[in-house]
Design a protein around this ligand. Structure first.
Ligand code: GDP
Length: 191
């Protein structure tokens, strides 16, 4: 899957801008600062993604990347900005709903959750959106190196409890640290 170079394809701001649905895709969602760019970079072994998606103006776009010839990796805009103006939030929610509900080649969503914080209300809303759209999703804990093992278990329990209320959830939670490389091969294998 990651044998080929990961290449930025385009940033999408509306459904009619999506590339042709000619291959499978997986998407990555998470609160801003959850470690999404870092994780995608660790997965693909390139810095291209962070560069593209953190470019001002690109942060509200759905960013498409190819990984080899077989898949798209789709980087969804981070959510939960404290000071995001309402029209921006509403525009984002509309696009997200359309994307999740309308993209036939979307095989799985990875929802990134910070291992220090667990599932917050704003995350839970995304999980409900994924339920409604019938998009199978899997939770990826990020920054696991930042919590002690005991605390990690507590957060895992909280996440499992939240997932039990979401029919579209895969029960398996992938624990990762991009810093330490934990869980990266597992996640790569899942994709
Ligand atoms: P994004 O907004 O979700 O794309 O988040 P970033 O990937 O930019 O990461 C946000 C911050 O968390 C940065 O300062 C990263 O260096 C840090 N970070 C990301 N992943 C990890 C990790 O696995 N461990 C630690 N300790 N820090 C991380």
């Amino acid at each position: 899957l990651f044998a080929g170079e990961t290449v930025f394809v385009k940033g999408v701001v509306a459904m009619d801008g999506l590339p042709p649905a000619d291959r499978m895709e997986v998407c990555f969602a998470g609160r801003s600062n959850v470690g999404k760019s870092t994780l995608i970079n660790a997965l693909t072994g390139t810095k291209a993604l962070a560069r593209a998606s953190n470019t001002p103006g690109r942060t509200q776009e759905i960013n498409y990347f190819t990984a080899g010839d077989t898949h798209y990796l789709v980087d969804l805009p981070g959510y939960g900005y404290a000071n995001a103006p309402l029209p921006v939030v509403e525009k984002w929610q509309r696009l997200l709903k359309q994307y999740l509900g309308g993209r036939q080649t979307l095989r799985r969503a990875f929802v990134l959750i910070d291992a220090r914080h667990g599932v917050k209300k704003v995350d839970d809303e995304i999980l409900s959106l994924l339920d409604s759209a019938a998009v199978a999703f899997q939770v990826v804990l990020t920054k696991a190196d930042k919590v002690k093992e005991k605390d990690r278990e507590k957060v895992l329990d909280q996440v499992r409890d939240a997932l039990s209320r979401h029919p579209a959830a895969y029960p398996e939670i992938v624990v990762t640290s991009s810093e330490k490389g934990w869980g990266i091969p597992t996640l790569r294998a899942i994709i």
